[in-house]
Design a protein around this ligand. Sequence first.
Ligand code: ATP
Length: 592
Amino acid sequence: MLFKTLSEYYEKIYQTASRIEMVGILSEIFKQCSIEEISKIIYITQGQLAPTFEGIEFGIADKIVEEAISVATGYSKEEIEVQYHKTGDLGLVAELFSKSSKLRRMSDKKFTVLDVYSSMYKIATTSGKNSKELKIRMLSDLIASSEPVEAKYMVKYPLNELRLGAGDETILEALSLTITGTRSKKDVMDRAYNICSDLGEIGEISLKGGIEAIENMKVSLFKPIRPALAERLPTPEEILKKMGGKCAVEQKYDGFRCQVHKDGNKVKLYSRRLEETTEMMPDIVKAVINDIKVDKVIFEGEALAYNESTNEFLPFQETIQRKRKHGISEKIIELPLHLMSFDIMYLEGKDLLGESYEKRRALLEDVVKGSNTISPSKRILTDSAKEFEEFFEDSVENGLEGIVAKDLKSHYIAGARKFSWIKMKRSYRGELSDSLDLVIVGYYLGKGSRAEFKFGGLLCAVYNKEKDMFETISKLGTGFTEDQMVELQSLLTKIKVDEKPARVDSIMKPDFWVYPKYVVTVKADEITKSPMHTCGRSKQPDGTEVGYALRFPRLIGDTTIREDKSPEEATETKEVIEMFDQQKRVSISKKS
Ligand code: ATP
């Protein structure tokens, strides 16, 4: 496929406000491309060069791109900057100056998608002396020989500013449509994605072997599995009822989720977001090599800072100091990590996802015998609410967050939040059971005392996984420091869009829409019903439509943006509905 053809399809995607249409356009692209091309096209569409866990990033600054456009079109850097200021979009600048280029087109070469991908790969991975100049030259060579529409995407791609709005779910649905003629096999595609986390690979297998090959995909080493997630309930009684009797109750540790892949002496670690964290935790890697006596294994746990002298786990604020690229060796001594392991997914060539929790736990205990650095999580098995409560209280007294209860018979449900794992935290004893992670979909201009920040507040949404849409739940104007307002204004102007993005469902209209990219953590007093928001909106008996909203929302969290969560990992609509129901139950039981 020619890169120009792909660019023209992207133009179509940009112009559509409908998610279904977007799926159709993507499927048209997939039908036309070859087996060799499909993974690259998927990575380009995601604004990536490879799946996230490979950690290959462009890291290209605006200045490099500005210079490349200048070299390719003959316009001065000042002229380019003026235009960039006006439009806020270097892709548009490249398109514009390429249309009226002062230089002759370098060649009549028609770039294929593979040509552009391999050049971009080189641009991203060139390092060392003169790398800046080399990157500028490679990018300007591409722009100088391309047509305006191609130039636009050749610039947007390395800047990670494609903003097509095609999330993982949309791509999976389009693949289902491509190979089966219907969107209905998306659940099969989902399963495949949950066990390999690589949309490019799924695209390739889809074209090679069709839906059968996708159905037969198995877990493999060094392809991280999308983590199982926990539902929440506020009391032991409700959890035991939901579990249908006896269950496991494990201590809940507050650190970094850590998925360990080991093949002999080769070990890699992955975070909850499936980024590789091996370099960050050499102490864990060493312990895996020394203490885990099996050859091939995938298991997971929570890594958290540990005080060996007092035999205590430290709070998250301490553990987070280990999240660094430099000075790791000093921090290892100051803040050693301990890995509390709670599941095993693969052992000596066997995929264990379909085994019961009990079976997996027995295998985990065989593999993780307990050492200075790696132990199995502490747990009890119980069907008594009293015993459950005592274990919970004991965990909280020891500085832990709470517990995670586990259904003894359930499989490992990758990439989904199901009731086979149920968390109960100490914070649930308050009014609203938990904080929410919300996606910013728009913002308001500052008025009055906020006018100087050009920032007055956010319009926030939750994620509706079934519909693959972002539904608004709250305006957010409280909890920001002045520095945070400046930070947000600067981050958000870069992702402003003229129209409401296709995957945003909103009745409200902010001063500016933004592309759904950033997640913030919000605490509120209560979840209420509101006709103004689209979260969980449904028709009432009186014919009106009502959704859910937050009462007295405020920004919380150690950082303004939750870097560890993608928009699709924000709180889901169904969780809000559950939290609303729980809140009702807690307030009823308080009154009685
Ligand atoms: P979530 O991960 O559910 O989206 P979150 O990021 O706010 O929400 P928590 O509410 O803290 O996380 O709850 C789930 C997390 O708890 C898991 O992702 C895991 O990292 C951690 N955890 C700690 N101990 C355990 C355990 N014993 N079993 C399962 N998960 C555990």
